[in-house]
Structures are given as C-alpha cells and as structure tokens.
Design a protein around this ligand. Sequence first.
Ligand code: UDP
Length: 626
Amino acid sequence: MTRRIAMISDHASPLAILGGVDAGGQNVYVNQLSCQLAELGYEVDVFTRWDDARLPRVIEWRERIRVVHIQAGPVGMLHKEDLLDHIPEFAENTVEFMQSERMPYSIVHANFWFSGMVAMEIKRELGIPFAITFHALGRIRRQFQGANDRFPRQRELIEEEIARMADGLIAECPQDREDLVRLYDADPAKITIVPCGANLQHFHPIDQLLARQILNLNKHDRTILVVGRMVPRKGIDTVIESLSVLKDKYDTRASLIVVGGESDRPDPKKTPEIGRLQKIARKLRVHKQINWAGRHGPENLKYYYNAADIFVSTPWYEPFGLTPVESMACGTPVIGSNVGGIKYSVVDGKTGYLVPACDPETLAERLIEIFNNRKLLQYFSENGLERVKYYFTWPKVANAMVNLYEKIIANSLSQDQIYSHKISLFNLSFERIIRTMQDSLDLLRIPMVNAAGAITKAIDGGAKILICGAGGSISETRHFARELMSRFAYPDRRTTSVLPLTTDPANLSICSEDLCYEDIFSRQIEAFGRAGDVLIVVSSNGMSPAVMRALAVAREKGLLTVGFYGGNGGKAVEMTNIPLCVPSHSPEHIEEVHLHLIHTMCEMIEKEFISQSTETRNLTPTRAKM
Ligand code: UDP
C-alpha cells in the first residue's frame, strides 16, 4: 500500500507566482517537498485555500501529487492576516473531503499556524497524526513588528495548543528549535530540525559575464543582489543605507539589484514597500545605483544570482531564508543577518559573513572587504557551494522528513496496524528501488555499454585495472575486483590484471603519519598506474577528497577513468572520462544499483572475452559463488 500524505498549506499554494507579500518561501517549501516526497513513492495531496475561481477544485498536478482547493470564505484572494475567521470552514471542508476519499491518509503535514488548526481538527475527527512546520512564530513576529503585526492576538495561544497536540514539530534551524522550547514550552523530544533546501536543477553556477550579458547588466560594476518578498522586515532599507556608507566612507560605488514585488515590472502602486524604499534611496542619493527588477521565476533568478558579486539578506528575523542557500548554490557568497536560519546556513568567515541586522555600517565594512579581495570571494564561493550540496538540498530535506513521518506513523499505530505498517514499508522500499532501477536503465544503458567496451579494449591492449572507492563503496570495489579477476558467470575465461587499491591498516597508518588521508589512493596510482591503464572509482556522492585526488593523478598519468556515482555525481564527474551516475539521492539505493551495475559490467566484459575466445567449450554461464 502506498502511503498518502496530506500536506496542508492554507495560504501558500505550490502553484502561486512568487515574490509578492504573501507568496514566498512557504510556497517553495510545499512545492519542492511535495515533489521530492512523490519521487520517494509517497502520494501527496496539497490542501490549500481556493483563492482563484478559474482553478478547478482538484488538480492532478504531477505524478502522485494533487492540489486540492478548499473553500474557506469567498473564492478569491484574501490577505493571510484576514484568514482566521475562515479556518473552521477550511477544517470542516478538508475533513469532509478526506472522508469521501477511498484511501486514508497516513499523516498530515501542516504548514503555518492556520494549517495547524486544521490539522488539530483532522486529528480530533479522523485520528490522523500530524507534524507541523510553523514557518514563522507569532511571538517572534510580535517582538519585531509590535503594533504593525496585524495577526490576531489569539495566534500565540493557538500556536501553543498546536505545539502540545502535534505529534512532531519541525524546526527549520537550531534557533527555531530554541524559540519553540523557550517561547512555547514545546517538548524538546518532539522537535526535529529539518532545514530547507535549494533546487540544484534551478540554481547552479553559470559564468558571471554570461549572466550579466543575458540580463543586460554592466560587466564591470560591483554588484550586490537582494531577492525576496517586499516587506519591511526583510531589511532591504539596510542594504540601501549601506550603499550610501560605501559611497561616503569608502568612496566606492556599488550597484544594487532588487528582485521581488507584486508584479513583473516594479510598481510602487502595486508594491508600496518599493515606493518606501525608493524614497529612502532618493533621500540618500543612491537611487541611480539601484535596479528595481520586479519579480522573477527561477529560470531568470539563476542569472541574477550568478550575475551578482555578493548576495545580501539582512532581515530582522528569519525562520530559515531560502534565498541565501539559492545564492550559495550558484556560487555567489552571502552576507546575511546574524539571525534565525541565516546564521545556520551561512558560516561566518567561511561561506560569507554574518552581520547584525539593521547595521548598514558593518554591512558596508564587510562588502568592502569582499569587493577588495577576489581570493576571499572565491574561497567563500567554493565553500558555500559545498555547504549547500552537503546540507541544503531538497532530496536531503525530503529524506529527513520521511524518517520523521515514518517514526510518527509507527508511534500512532495499534499492534494490528504495526504489522500492516511493516508490510507497507516493505512494499514502499521495493517500489523505490524498482523506480531507481528503471531510471538507471534508461539513463545508463549507453554509457555502460561504452564503459564496458573501453575497459575491454584497454585490457586487450595489456592494461591493468585499478579500483578504488570511498566510504561504504570500498566493499563494492573489493567485490568488483574479485569478480573481474576470477570470474563472474563464465567458467574457463581468461583472468584480468586487477588491483583493488588498498585501505588496509598499514596503508592507513602510513598515510596518516607521513602523507594525508587524501593521498591514500593517489599514491598507489603513482606507484602502479601506467598510461593506458584503467582507474575505476566507486563513490555514491562523488565528493570524497581521496577519490578526487586519485582521479587527478590518474588524469596526469594518462589512465582511462570510469566512475560509478550517484545523483549529479558531484565534482568527480568533471574529472572522469566515463561517469555513470545513478539518478537518485538516496545513498542506499545508489549503492544497491551500483552493485547491480558492477555485476552487469562484469558480465559484459566476460561476454567480450568469450566472443574473442577460440575456446568454445563449456560456455554455459554458471553463477559459481563464494
Ligand atoms: N522568489 C521568487 N521570485 C521573486 C522573489 C522571490 O521566486 O521575485 C522566491 C525565492 O527564490 C525564494 C522564495 O521566493 O525561493 C523566498 O523565500 P525566503 O525563504 O527567502 O523568504 P520568505 O518568503 O519565506 O520570507
């Protein structure tokens, strides 16, 4: 049985156009998370308020994802501050929809406190457990916005109740966790930190000059970028003020691009915050340095992120902040406020700088440091990219979320249900690997045939094969070497010269004493590798420094390199003649498919040997194991 998830996002639809006051991070979160959950085999229904009469009630949005529009108040736009009165109707209609469905939902994931109210009602009526991502907390908002906070006062008490009743609380960063415990007395055992991510298919490095050309920007300008919803708490005025400090104190002129707003063309009437900011800029006489770019979708945003020298995000507070990680994914360093999620995603002095919120002087100081030091900029850029790939991608977010869901589901089940829960977990795990296998079949058919052909040709020419791998993949390399040297399916075939590069204790000890661990394979390649030999590497993420060093030395010495990787193959792809990337982000599925590819590769190579052999006896394949 496939698991069904009810993703409730009262005001933030995954279908919305982004950049306006009420459409930003939460929409992206619900969109990206739902897509990744569907990839992992879950069925997702996103319940969101019906705010556009032109849209049908239920949309089959993507494979395994539906968007269900729930009527709550008039069908049309409402500001989120005005939704409270309509939430009981939202809850009632959602429960009714769920009851009319053939298959039950295993868990509800609520987003924002209104959805938390709906989730509480669903739990009371239908007994479905729920987890919640608050995205923003009333008590934090009130602390910073004071009388400008238009949300009703009950919000905070309702949030407390939600925190008590939820089966899981998702904190987006350590600060969020601390706030939940300190301000809401939330049970720490119920809190799991799951950050947000950047979509690496949308956001990746592109040549800066090219990006500037595409956007028609001056190629010499020192360029700062801000992207986000146009609301005062995003602190864009601080960035504008820093332009004036740069001018007056450091005699430096920088350009600022501001992306976001209610319309594609910047319009102070539609986006009053733009008008307010423009007034500040005129008063400080920096208005000519600012390019108001309006709102943009990811297809354009990637050029903005890449065109900038530095991305700045200086909000007063920030539950997570997607734009800094999107910028880092493009290799553009970030200066961010030392608050909330930003102080988690940006590492001060390593991927960029953290500055106090509302402090244009310190911001200008840091901007000058980076503008005047290209090496530092490059250092931040590389570290930022690595950090995003390691911690902040949507597939990683979804994997962590699924672990949490499964834990909550398991805890909420009776003995009978636990049995069928295990059965459905078993089914799900097979469905996932079958999907990864199918995707790999489609993607890797031709590269695998090419790799087997190239390896056989090299062996025929007298080459030997060196094999190495990182982490858990070391076992795969041993396995591969053994099959290649002895036999896989065909007895009596000739052997091959295979050398699995060693990671035995003596070698490890020597490396740690006299060299460094990164040299563990490269040193052996220097010793044994000859031009024309083959280096095969196995690494699920393609990021291991030891594998990278091995590939670099193999390239220098003229070895042919074949790599078994996962996902996009990491940095190793660029250094490998024939990369074979399993299209998955789950390390265990990547390893499982690697083993299958290794067996297939052995069989393909053996078949070549056999077809070359004049010896035709005993050619029936037999799988003689261990
Ligand atoms: N965004 C966009 N177009 C715009 C402005 C913003 O697509 O013109 C996106 C941006 O890429 C990011 C999201 O809106 O994914 C804003 O999220 P963030 O967490 O930075 O801020 P929030 O909206 O949650 O306050």
